[in-house]
Design a protein around this ligand. Structure first.
Ligand SMILES: NC(=O)c1ccc[n+]([C@@H]2O[C@H](COP(=O)([O-])OP(=O)(O)OC[C@H]3O[C@@H](n4cnc5c(N)ncnc54)[C@H](O)[C@@H]3O)[C@@H](O)[C@H]2O)c1
Length: 353
């Protein structure tokens, strides 16, 4: 079997994590890149040795040499681009979130089944070495049944602006951008229980706060201080059919002393923390102990996580295997995220049948 020829659409910031990882995979040729910004596409192609450069996605999809695509564009393009690629007979790695609505997620799922191609969602937190280790511990019963999880991703100042701040292109603010990562990580480690109900709140009180001095933060290329249509804070209580629950809060900006990342899961045999540092709390000879694993990184290792994600995608494509983060998980996630937005809008809990 020859190398798997990859095409990347969207050559902004996250694409470079994909490209660096593809570059290190011996079974891959970075064949094509595509971006509506032709200059950005050309620079990226030159840096990573891609032989084909496109500014039109349909043209890249018509290229029979492309075996698989990484979709690294704005959230509103994920579903149409994934469907177009699958229908053109290509495997798909799509960045999070899978799409903007449950209906779109079901449409993508239908196309995956019909095409028989691989679709992997870029839930990169699942592929982090610490998450992989904890998943094994959970499978071996070290934590017992997980009944509660709590996750926060709070930025005091960090609305990236541009498309991130434009609801029509992003689908929302910190909930769909940051929340998707930590909700997915908890849900995955909890054993992917079916969601029963969600109750959420969103707030749009502080805006982009572009007047703030003294703190730098990531800004998207097309940053516009006057335009912001997304929430700056969201919180939610998610109930699952197995009785477990997850509490989450996320912000792009908040009057907080510092940024905070927290992911904790509690079982009947032990508790685990992933953010800010991986650890296990359990009992040993009638004493509560905190076990601090000796691993290369105490917290999220982005480079290795992306490498694992990309290596897994390539082996699924080549071996015809189902990925660890399949389209079905995107459908359940869109139920949760859209349910939270709906709950916040209606001011009441949303119950799923
Ligand atoms: N896994 C993670 O940790 C992580 C982190 C950041 C972003 N992301 C996701 O990656 C995606 C991209 O985010 P980013 O930060 O790289 O954004 P970005 O703005 O830096 O890059 C997006 C690129 O897509 C291009 N683009 C937009 N529409 C296009 C189209 N129709 N055809 C071709 N190119 C098009 C833009 O010109 C831009 O170069 C988003 O879905 C985001 O949620 C994931």
């Amino acid at each position: 079997m020859g190398k798997t020829k990859i095409g990347i659409v969207g050559t902004g910031s996250i694409s470079h994590y994909h490209l660096k990882a593809y570059q290190k995979n011996a079974d891959v040729e970075i064949y094509a890149v595509c971006d509506v910004n032709g200059e950005r596409a050309a620079v990226t192609a030159a840096s990573f040795g891609a032989s084909a450069v496109y500014t039109n996605y349909a043209a890249m999809m018509a290229d029979p040499q492309v075996d698989a695509v990484s979709i690294c564009t704005w959230n509103n393009t994920h579903a149409p681009f994934a469907i177009e690629a699958l229908e053109a007979g290509k495997h798909v790695l799509v960045e999070k979130p899978l799409c903007l609505t449950v209906e779109q997620a079901l449409e993508v799922e239908k196309t995956v089944v019909k095409s028989g191609k691989v679709l992997q969602i870029g839930y990169v937190r699942r592929y982090d070495p610490n998450a992989l280790m904890l998943q094994q511990w959970i499978a071996r019963g070290e934590v017992g049944d997980i009944h509660y999880a709590k996750a926060s991703s709070l930025r005091r100042l960090g609305n990236p602006g541009g498309w991130f701040a434009d609801k029509s292109r992003s689908g929302g603010g910190p909930l769909i951008d940051l929340g998707v990562h930590i909700i997915d990580l908890c849900w995955y480690l909890m054993g992917r229980p079916k969601v029963k109900s969600v109750s959420g709140n969103t707030y749009k009180k502080l805006g982009q706060r572009s007047h703030v001095k003294g703190l730098t933060f990531y800004k998207s290329a097309d940053y516009d201080a006057n335009s912001n249509t997304v929430e700056d804070l969201a919180n939610a209580l998610i109930r699952f059919e197995n009785g477990a629950s997850l509490m989450v809060d996320v912000s792009f900006t908040l009057h907080a002393r510092k940024d905070e990342g927290l992911v904790r899961l509690y079982g009947d045999k032990g508790g685990i923390e992933i953010d800010p540092e991986v650890l296990l709390v359990t009992e040993k000879s009638d004493t509560i102990v905190t076990v601090s694993p000796q691993t290369d990184h105490a917290s999220f290792d982005a480079d290795q996580a992306f490498q694992n994600e990309i290596d897994h995608f390539i082996s699924c494509c080549r071996e015809g295997r189902s990925p660890e983060s399949p389209v079905q998980d995107g459908v359940e996630m869109m139920k949760i995220l859209c349910g939270i937005y709906e709950s916040a809008e209606l001011g009441r809990e949303i119950v799923f049948d």
